[in-house]
Design a protein around this ligand. Structure first.
Ligand SMILES: Cc1ncc(COP(=O)(O)O)c(C=O)c1O
Length: 307
């Protein structure tokens, strides 16, 4: 399988109907004054595609609509977003896992007051490291988020529940984890509540109940978590929204992080302590997530024997 290219389509909102324009992805499309560049003021979504199937696009578009409402940006219609997604998907080969990213900013800084937002989409190959983490599990550290758990619900300017463009803090947390030899982070509120990862939701199992953290802490509602919870009953799991501490995760039967591109990754260790594991439930969650189940990689010796 060859590594597919990357593609870029602009949705030009300067005309009412929104015009799609395929652009060479190596060419610039933003001006120096775009709010995406000057303030990180906008929103994005990232969704998974393989075999021509886009995983849960409706949930992503619903969340995009919520993000834009929180930001006070009037974006494309659902039909215009869908045309953009389909235009990108058309260009993608069937045999590769890809990531469709939708990006919108408030438009140009300093321009006329009524101006269109900047909107575009890209499609790129899924990072092979993410596939490996889906297959093998991850080591995670906890980091403080700084705020008390209740503050974002009471403070709309902190943009809880919004997938805004300014992810510099999230990326810094991931780099910090990497510098400590870990794959990911669980953010913990100032008052000790488990929140979420920089780009993933936390899930854990006690008996036959699958838990996640409450949305009123200002976490981003995960579309993968929502899909898994909606279908959990089909594999005999109950679901619960639960306030938890790190102690609760250490005592759980298994803990995972879920996201649209990596899918479900079992957490092997948290702050260096080994967590409970459930291979059976990990397989269930892979299935419910809608992403391809990881295949065990044959080692080189096995491959040679078969030749
Ligand atoms: C902060 C944050 N939490 C959770 C998630 C998981 O959401 P989803 O499952 O929709 O990818 C993401 C996704 O990128 C995220 O950025």
């Amino acid at each position: 399988m060859s590594t597919p290219d990357r593609y870029l389509t602009v949705l030009d909102m300067s005309r009412g109907s929104g015009e799609l324009r395929r652009v060479d992805p190596t060419k610039p499309i933003l001006t120096a004054f775009d709010y995406a560049a000057t303030r990180g003021d906008g929103a994005f979504e990232a969704m998974h595609i393989v075999g021509g199937v886009i995983n849960k696009p409706e949930r992503h578009l619903d969340r995009m609509a919520r993000s834009l409402q929180h930001l006070g940006i009037i974006g494309p219609t659902k039909a215009q977003w869908t045309d953009l997604i389909n235009d990108l998907a058309e260009q993608w080969p069937d045999d590769a896992e890809g990531v469709i990213k939708l990006v919108i900013s408030r438009g140009q800084e300093g321009g006329p007051t009524a101006q269109p937002p900047t909107v575009y989409g890209t499609i790129t190959p899924l990072d092979p490291d993410l596939k490996k983490q889906r297959r093998k599990g991850i080591d995670v550290i906890s980091l403080t988020f700084g705020y008390p758990a209740a503050v974002r619900e009471q403070s709309p300017w902190l943009l809880g529940g919004t997938k805004y463009l300014s992810y510099a803090v999230n990326m810094a947390a991931k780099r910090h984890a990497s510098s400590q030899g870990a794959d990911d982070v669980i953010f913990v509120s100032h008052d000790g509540n488990v929140l979420e990862g920089p780009n993933a939701t936390v899930l854990w199992l006690t008996g036959s109940t699958l838990h996640t953290t409450p949305a009123d802490t200002g976490i981003l509602q995960g579309t993968t978590q929502e899909k898994i919870f909606d279908e959990a009953e089909s594999v005999g799991l109950q679901t619960a929204i639960t306030t938890a501490t790190l102690e609760d995760l250490l005592e759980a039967d298994a803990v995972w992080m879920s996201s649209s591109t990596r899918g479900v990754a079992a957490i092997k260790t948290l702050d260096g302590k080994t967590l409970g594991q459930s291979e059976e439930r990990t397989t269930d969650l892979h299935r419910l997530s809608g992403l391809p189940e990881p295949k065990a990689k044959k080692d080189k010796k096995d491959k040679k024997k078969k030749r």
